[in-house]
Design a binder for this molecule. Structure first.
Ligand SMILES: [Zn+2]
Length: 306
């Protein structure tokens, strides 16, 4: 099945908040949250988490990567539930210690807030993003024994970012792959999410495919179960190769002019896409990164051939 709305996915597993910017909740003796969404949606996440947990509190929150739309409400959660243990990579901690990174995360969250306001979403949290520290430093490919008896395996799945971590819970066969797999947009377009490494992204997809997950959680808009998990991983490979061919074509036509190639990619996939969609600043940052990664890869291959 493909779940495009938030709510219950299976016994004890939920998509919290709008499915476009989800927080995942695995309930149990020590409830776990995955990722921290938008700052503006903090109240909405909090309300929904409390509706499910009642008097109980989330014990852990694990972060896949430090992008603005995955960590926005973490410091708010820490205020609401001071005992919650935040887990993420060392790189994520280093990024949050940089004033310039915090400024950018704030700016992107504010732009997101404006879009949510335009859509008429009520009870938005208008306070700015605040940085936070990690309670648990997650190493790549590490096994963490959780107090509930579950095992959490942090899978190094680079490509979207170099320090990207997917979370695998073997006992439940749930995989929080987030942007290590392609993400649907609201119009059904499959956005491929590699930013820093195209080949690393494909290798991560192979690692993910080999797990045989029963529940596959993408970064935005959808959760896949049953045979749709495998189908989505195949679709992610196809979308990656399509994106590579398209972008290489634009780069050749524009003789390596990154800015012009970015505009052509944007015209092909973003301009006519209806709202809600990724805000323009964040989309352009990501697309520029993808185009530069493909251009560097083309030059590397040319050198090898020459
Ligand atoms: Zn991201």
């Amino acid at each position: 099945m493909i779940f495009k709305e938030s709510g219950k996915i299976s016994d004890g597993f939920y998509v919290i908040g709008p499915s476009a910017i989800p927080v995942y909740l695995l309930d149990g003796p020590a409830p776990i949250l995955f990722d921290g969404g938008f700052t503006a949606l903090a109240h909405i996440y909090e309300t929904q988490i409390k509706e499910i947990l009642g008097d109980r509190k989330p014990a852990y929150l694990f972060i896949t990567h430090s992008h603005f739309d995955h960590i926005g409400a973490v410091s708010y959660f820490k205020k609401v539930w001071p005992e919650i243990k935040i887990g993420g990579s060392l790189r994520c901690r280093e990024i949050l210690a940089k004033q310039s990174a915090v400024q950018l995360i704030r700016k992107l969250n504010l732009e997101g807030t404006e879009n949510l306001k335009k859509m008429g979403i009520p009870s938005l949290n208008e306070r700015p993003f605040e940085p936070f520290d990690m309670d648990i430093l997650i190493q790549p490919d590490q096994e963490v024994e959780l107090s509930s008896g579950l095992t959490l395996i942090s899978l190094s799945t680079p490509g979207h970012t170099w320090d990207f971590i997917s979370y695998w819970i073997p006992e439940t066969k749930i995989l929080i792959a987030s942007e290590a797999v392609a993400c649907y947009q609201s119009d059904g377009y499959l956005q491929i999410e590699f930013l820093v490494g195209f080949d690393a992204y494909l290798e991560s997809l192979i690692k993910i495919r080999n797990l045989g997950a029963s529940i596959l959680c993408a970064g935005h808009h959808a959760v896949f179960t049953g045979k749709d998990t495998g189908q989505h991983i195949s679709a992610s490979f196809e979308a990656a190769n399509h994106y590579l061919n398209m972008t290489e074509g634009f780069l050749i036509a524009e003789k390596g002019d990154i800015d012009r190639a970015v505009l052509r990619v944007k015209a092909a996939e973003w301009d006519d896409r209806p709202w809600p969609k990724q805000p323009e600043t964040a989309y352009l940052l990501n697309t520029r990164q993808r185009v530069k990664t493909i251009w560097a890869r083309m030059n590397k291959h040319l050198k090898k051939k020459g």
